[in-house]
Design a protein around this ligand. Structure first.
Ligand code: NAD
Length: 261
């Protein structure tokens, strides 16, 4: 079966990557492309026979599933529309607030949705590896996460860095919110045992790099992932779109899609 897909933000970095990655695939077909009313190139051709439009309700209605890599505000408002239509969704937007998450939870009551801060196979495998390392090493080994992204990225730390840090906390058996330390500045004192630090670097056109560090006595482990093309996220999101159509309502993630749970 071919899933009919609506792409949000075709003028964006991920929107373009999704449209490129969908070309030539049989499991998905792009049938609608919805952008914000003031987006550059609105109304221009996205793929043969399809132009972008600002009519989100019509774009969702024409499709089986929509793919959203936009902004938290857009993700929230389009999730409201999608709930009315019980439309399946693949959500990659990061930096979501509690209010945005609540809107996704409401959509997941009505439709199946896949939400992931990172759609790459490599990062989803890495999450299992860091959790296992944290469990084996315990808090005697200081765990830190460092992420690097391009200068246009708005949210920090990256959603992927937060997933990695949460996987470390799960490995330690800790509550992440009690042990997290997002960047350090000033007289912060000695590092408490069990703290999990996350630091963000921004610059140039870096697509996404993450390293989990485990500092032991006289030795260190580094587990890294480097993305060299947005095509890896696009391929994962399209795979998720084909997978999610027809599933029961609920919230799923890439471990479900990849069969790794
Ligand atoms: P971008 O700024 O290049 O693109 C955002 C797009 O969203 C633009 O085309 C914009 O016009 C569009 N948009 C904004 N409001 C809209 C609305 N109301 N309706 C329709 N379209 C709207 O950003 P980007 O680099 O493509 O990243 C987008 C998001 O995806 C960010 O949150 C980023 O962190 C996230 N991201 C996630 C993954 C992942 O694997 N989950 C990977 C890369 C990026």
């Amino acid at each position: 079966m071919t899933a009919k897909v609506c792409i949000l933000g075709p003028s964006g970095r991920m929107g373009r990557a999704l449209i490129d990655a969908a070309a030539g695939r049989t499991e998905v077909r792009v049938v609608a492309a919805v952008d914000r009313p003031d987006a550059p190139g609105l109304g221009s051709q996205v793929v043969a026979g399809l132009t972008s439009s600002a009519d989100a309700a019509a774009g969702l209605a024409a499709s089986d599933v929509y793919i959203d890599f936009t902004s938290p505000a857009a993700t929230r408002s389009i999730a409201k529309l999608a709930r009315e239509q019980r439309r399946a969704a693949v959500i990659g937007t990061t930096g979501l607030t509690a209010a945005d998450e609540a809107e996704l939870a409401a959509l997941a009551q009505a439709a199946p949705i896949v939400v992931a801060a990172n759609f790459s196979l490599g990062v989803n495998l890495l999450l299992g590896m860091v959790q296992q390392a944290a469990r084996a090493l315990g808090t005697e080994w200081d765990a830190e996460v460092v992420e690097t992204h391009h200068r246009a990225k708005r949210d920090a730390p990256s959603g992927t860095a937060l997933m990695i840090a949460r996987a470390i906390a799960a490995g330690h058996g800790a509550d992440y919110d009690q042990v997290k330390r997002h960047t350090r500045d000033g007289d912060v004192g000695a590092r408490p045992r069990g703290e999990i630090g996350v630091s963000s670097v921004r610059g140039g056109d870096v697509i996404g790099e993450h390293t989990a560090f485990f500092f032991g006595p006289a030795e260190r482990i580094e587990i890294s992932h480097r993305a060299s093309s947005r095509s890896i996220f696009a391929a994962g999101a399209l795979r998720a779109a084909a997978w999610v159509v027809g599933k029961p309502p609920g919230r799923y993630d890439m471990l479900d899609v990849l069969g790794l749970r």
